[in-house]
Design a protein around this ligand. Structure first.
Ligand code: HEC
Ligand code: HEC
Ligand code: HEC
Ligand code: HEC
Ligand code: HEC
Ligand code: HEC
Ligand code: HEC
Ligand code: HEC
Length: 427
């Protein structure tokens, strides 16, 4: 935190609270000690309590009873900004700030129950990252959802708001795990994670090198996070190698980033650019890559680090050959009329961003039952291609090979077999 700002903010707060709201703050604590004692205990062991940042600093003082609790402010990130400008600024330029917007940019989001989105029970439980615009807040309120107004409590959870907790790699686990981004599983069973966990258990000297998520992704406490390849594993400019170039174009078609009929930008192109879903020029890719190499080089030789990351890059043409083969096989079924284009698909072409909705969820009777093959294709992209390259970058041989590469070859085999059967049994 900017120290002058700290002094001013805390100074102003102290004056303010002594003069006007000392009583209010005491009353909050007094009453909430009875109705939500765990919460008050959390706050009372926090730095905030130590610094005199009480309930009313974040929630205002308009509410004072059971009847008027809706008057309590549920603070947005801007409230934290008042005293933590530096972290707010960094956060606002990082990828986490796009969580909510990118979730909403995905068509599948709007086919799933709201409870999982605004309600925070599914996608929205992890994508509640990002400073919401006034329009987004309004939409949320109009749907009847009141909470999830703050991203800053995702790593240092309320009401302890602890730096130590946020520095623990477990702070990342809830979101960076599972189906399409098992970074927790990959890291914790890699040599890097093994060293960290051994050290935690007292089985390595304290000073031993053991990199955790924050060391590689939040260097020097920066709240601005981004990686070179990102999540989708596509980038511009397209590669020079003609086969890889063709395969990346096929993937971009299936993401509707490109229009498969014309080769022009497709309907998802704008979203990719707006939420920084992929690096769209060489400079922005190299910037992140070079940052990473300098981090690895704190413990490895630069040549070693560079070679490892280059090898990760050179996996993509191999993964993408399989992926494009799978997409083209399914695309041919659309073209030949064996799969009917769902009404909300942008093109008569497979569309990976429908996620698993391809089977015809309730109310989507237009779906062709045969689109099970689409689900295998989706799994190949979302689950197995992700694991293959993410596993490689996180130094996890099993994820890179058995859970990634090997499963992709299996998916491709299944897609080919399904397509053969579909053609044989058509009409
Ligand atoms: C006389 C008791 C009392 C006092 C004083 C009081 N609260 Fe509450 N507060 C409540 C009750 C009761 C609820 C509702 C709890 C529930 O829904 O289970 C509540 C709810 C809240 C909520 C949650 C609002 C929501 O939408 O879920 C916040 C935040 C809050 N209080 C903060 C404060 C702050 C800040 C103060 C002091 C300015 C304060 N409270 C003073 C009793 C009190
Ligand atoms: C540093 C800011 C900050 C302080 C200080 C603070 N809160 Fe909160 N509080 C939050 C944030 C952020 C949320 C989550 C808002 C949301 O979900 O939209 C929250 C949510 C709540 C809620 C509703 C959600 C829940 O988990 O029940 C209650 C009740 C609450 N606070 C009570 C209190 C009380 C009582 C105090 C003082 C002992 C306090 N808060 C101090 C930031 C703060
Ligand atoms: C009125 C000013 C004020 C507000 C508002 C405020 N803080 Fe703080 N916060 C402080 C002060 C003062 C400290 C102690 C000095 C420091 O670490 O910067 C602190 C410390 C912290 C720390 C470090 C705790 C540690 O373990 O060292 C975190 C994390 C934090 N605040 C998060 C938040 C979040 C998140 C919000 C919004 C929900 C918030 N703060 C709102 C004043 C504030
Ligand atoms: C367990 C937490 C979690 C759930 C549930 C979740 N996501 Fe994600 N999502 C993430 C994380 C973490 C990333 C970043 C992964 C990476 O870069 O490897 C991400 C990435 C994304 C991206 C790409 C963002 C980008 O710019 O790179 C989109 C779009 C997305 N998710 C949409 C969704 C939708 C839609 C759902 C629900 C159908 C969903 N997510 C469910 C955690 C989650
Ligand atoms: C030793 C350094 C290191 C550690 C530790 C590490 N990562 Fe990574 N991470 C990388 C590298 C290298 C990449 C790929 C960067 C690129 O695209 O050039 C990456 C990529 C990512 C991505 C983007 C998608 C992907 O997986 O390729 C996310 C999200 C991510 N890491 C999260 C995490 C989380 C969460 C942890 C802890 C559980 C973690 N990382 C631990 C080095 C690390
Ligand atoms: C992705 C996880 C994550 C999110 C989200 C996050 N933080 Fe942090 N925060 C951290 C980590 C990790 C540290 C410790 C950094 C270090 O010292 O290396 C930290 C440290 C801090 C500190 C203490 C700084 C110091 O050195 O004393 C403050 C204050 C803080 N964060 C505020 C915020 C605010 C405000 C937001 C929302 C805009 C936020 N954080 C969102 C992970 C996060
Ligand atoms: C509440 C859920 C949540 C938590 C906790 C969380 N993240 Fe994330 N993270 C996400 C989501 C969602 C995205 C994708 C954002 C988007 O849509 O662009 C993401 C993206 C990232 C990326 C960028 C990947 C890319 O595409 O370049 C990195 C790196 C990352 N997180 C690291 C971390 C680290 C390190 C921690 C722990 C200190 C952490 N995250 C904690 C949800 C979370
Ligand atoms: C904080 C120190 C540290 C950082 C940073 C770090 N590593 Fe490591 N790395 C280690 C240690 C310690 C080991 C385990 C001992 C060994 O095999 O050298 C290891 C092991 C490895 C291994 C496995 C070696 C083997 O023989 O199985 C690879 C590959 C690797 N690191 C690559 C990277 C890459 C790439 C980066 C940057 C993205 C990175 N490391 C960042 C400390 C670090």
């Amino acid at each position: 935190m900017n120290s002058l700002k700290t002094v001013l903010a805390v100074g102003a707060f102290a004056l303010f609270s002594v003069a006007v709201t000392a009583g209010a703050a005491d009353k909050c604590v007094e009453c909430h000690t009875k109705i939500s004692p765990g919460q008050v205990k959390d706050w009372s062991v926090s730095r905030h309590a130590e610094e005199g940042v009480s309930c009313d600093a974040c929630h205002g003082d308009a509410h004072s009873s059971k009847e008027d609790y809706l008057k309590a402010v549920l603070p947005s990130e801007q409230v934290c900004q008042e005293c933590h400008e530096e972290q707010f600024e960094q956060f606002s330029h990082g990828k986490h700030n796009f969580g909510w917007t990118s979730m909403n940019a995905i068509p599948a989001t709007h086919l799933a129950p709201d409870e999982l989105m605004e309600g925070g029970g599914g996608c929205g439980g992890c994508h509640n990252m990002g400073i919401k615009t006034e329009a987004q807040k309004k939409e949320q309120r109009e749907k009847g959802y009141r909470y999830q107004n703050n991203s800053c409590d995702e790593c240092h959870t309320r009401h302890t708001f602890s730096k130590k907790e946020a520095l623990d790699p477990k702070a990342c686990q809830q979101c960076h795990m599972g189906y399409d981004h098992p970074q927790w599983e990959m890291w914790s069973s890699s040599k890097h994670g093994t060293r960290y966990l051994a050290q935690q258990a007292g089985n390595l000297p304290e000073g031993a090198a053991a990199p955790k998520c924050q060391d590689c992704h939040m260097k020097d406490g920066s709240h601005n996070n981004r990686t070179a390849w990102g999540f989708l594993g596509v980038r511009l400019p397209l590669p020079e190698d003609p086969q890889w170039k063709a395969d990346q174009i096929t993937i971009l078609n299936a993401l509707a980033v490109l229009n498969p009929e014309t080769g022009e930008p497709g309907p998802v192109y704008g979203a990719v650019a707006a939420v920084d879903l992929a690096r769209l020029d060489k400079e922005s890719f190299d910037k992140e890559r070079n940052k990473m190499i300098s981090i690895c080089s704190e413990c490895h030789s630069e040549a070693y680090a560079k070679e490892r990351l280059d090898l990760g890059d050179s996996m993509f043409p191999k993964l993408d050959r399989m992926m494009a083969d799978g997409i083209e096989t399914v695309a041919a079924l659309y073209k030949d009329g064996l799969i009917t284009k769902p009404a909300d698909y942008p093109f008569n072409y497979p569309f990976l961003l429908t996620f698993m909705e391809t089977g015809g969820a309730e109310g989507r009777k237009d779906f062709n039952k045969l689109s099970y093959i689409d689900q295998v294709l989706l799994q190949m992209y979302m689950k197995h291609r992700m694991r293959a390259y993410q596993g490689f970058f996180h130094v996890n041989p099993d994820y890179a090979y058995w859970y990634g590469y090997a499963e992709m070859t299996k998916d491709l085999g299944e897609i080919k077999e399904l397509a053969k059967t579909m053609r044989a049994t058509h009409k």
